[in-house]
Write a protein that binds this ligand. Structure first.
Ligand SMILES: CC(C)(COP(=O)(O)OP(=O)(O)OC[C@H]1O[C@@H](n2cnc3c(N)ncnc32)[C@H](O)[C@@H]1OP(=O)(O)O)[C@@H](O)C(=O)NCCC(=O)NCCS
Length: 278
């Protein structure tokens, strides 16, 4: 079957089970709930061949200027026929003229390069059952979440407004904070994801605060399988490995834009929400 004969349709809730099968086939750990969370804040697309979902892609719109493209998968038996490109075209159309970011796997890299994406960083994925660290005394769970306040702090680090993402996280994640005289110096979210739980995003003034936030989250979940998606630039890789979170993979952070990257601000991103969401 040629890609030109395959329908690209809006991603609906009743496509979620088929999407989970595709991600399982690609070796990704996403559960139905993880797909549903991304879909809840994204414009999604499926490729349908004779009633069967054979591909997916989503554009998560982050305010007026930025979008992430994610969950791009084509069924193994249908690859190399132009379906990936068709799905990407749908996702990029949905993003209008926003700057698009994504994290590319080795499979996706050639396609994204052809579509004008340029590498700007390296994402590294760490996971495992960590040693239980001493609980840092400067970190506490936030009893009430002000999603808008956290989104404002995140925007300083990420360079775009992710209010809908933070509203979705507020329903699913616990947030830990480090404060000094009432000012948030860093925060970390922790939520159920894939095979266990993910710590991220982690946004902080410096790497020591980021380590305290992650160590706090680890100390709260002894024996749990945890995952942290970070960047080489964040400089946490060897520390995470020492804690028992092995480096198991990652990807290339890419963007499609002619604008300069935002200048570094007070707050920086030390861990991603997930590889898909950035
Ligand atoms: C990435 C993926 C979606 C691509 O899907 P696909 O349907 O095979 O892609 P297409 O057939 O549309 O190919 C896209 C383009 O990339 C090119 N391409 C694909 N693989 C390539 C390779 N190894 N080297 C060079 N070019 C390659 C194709 O020639 C095509 O170019 P063209 O449109 O100019 O002809 C698919 O490999 C996949 O699902 N992989 C597993 C999941 C994954 O890693 N997804 C990416 C997440 S970031």
């Amino acid at each position: 079957m040629q890609a030109s004969l395959i329908d690209i349709q809006p991603f609906q809730a009743d496509h979620l089970d088929a999407a989970v099968e595709l991600s399982r086939q690609a070796g990704w750990p996403h559960r139905k709930e993880d797909w549903a969370m991304v879909l809840s804040i994204s414009k999604g697309f499926v490729a349908v061949d004779d009633g069967r979902v054979v591909g997916t892609a989503m554009a998560t719109l982050l305010g007026e200027r930025c979008a992430t493209v994610n969950m791009v998968i084509v069924d193994e038996s249908m690859r190399g026929r132009g379906l990936g490109r068709k799905l990407m075209d749908a996702a990029l159309d949905a993003a209008d003229d926003r700057e698009c970011r994504l994290v590319a796997t080795a499979d996706g890299l050639p396609l994204y390069e052809k579509l004008g994406f340029v590498a700007w960083g390296q994402v590294v994925q760490h996971q495992g059952i960590p040693k239980t660290p001493t609980k840092p005394e400067n970190v506490a769970w936030a009893p009430n979440i002000d999603a808008a306040e956290l989104a404002t702090l995140d925007a300083e680090a990420f360079g775009a407004d992710r209010t809908p993402l933070f509203a979705a996280l507020a329903q699913r994640a616990r947030f830990a904070t480090v404060k000094s005289e009432g000012v948030i110096q860093g925060f970390a979210a922790m939520r159920t994801f894939g095979r266990g739980e993910v710590i991220g995003p982690v946004v902080a003034e410096d790497i020591e605060i980021a380590k305290d936030l992650i160590a706090f989250a680890m100390s709260e979940r002894p024996g749990a399988f945890l995952r942290v998606d970070t960047t080489v630039k964040a400089g946490l890789g060897s520390w995470l490995a020492e804690q028992g979170l092995a480096h198991v993979g990652g990807g290339i952070a890419m963007r499609r834009s002619t604008t300069e990257l935002p200048a570094e601000k007070r707050l920086k991103t030390f861990a991603l929400t997930s590889q898909a969401l950035g």
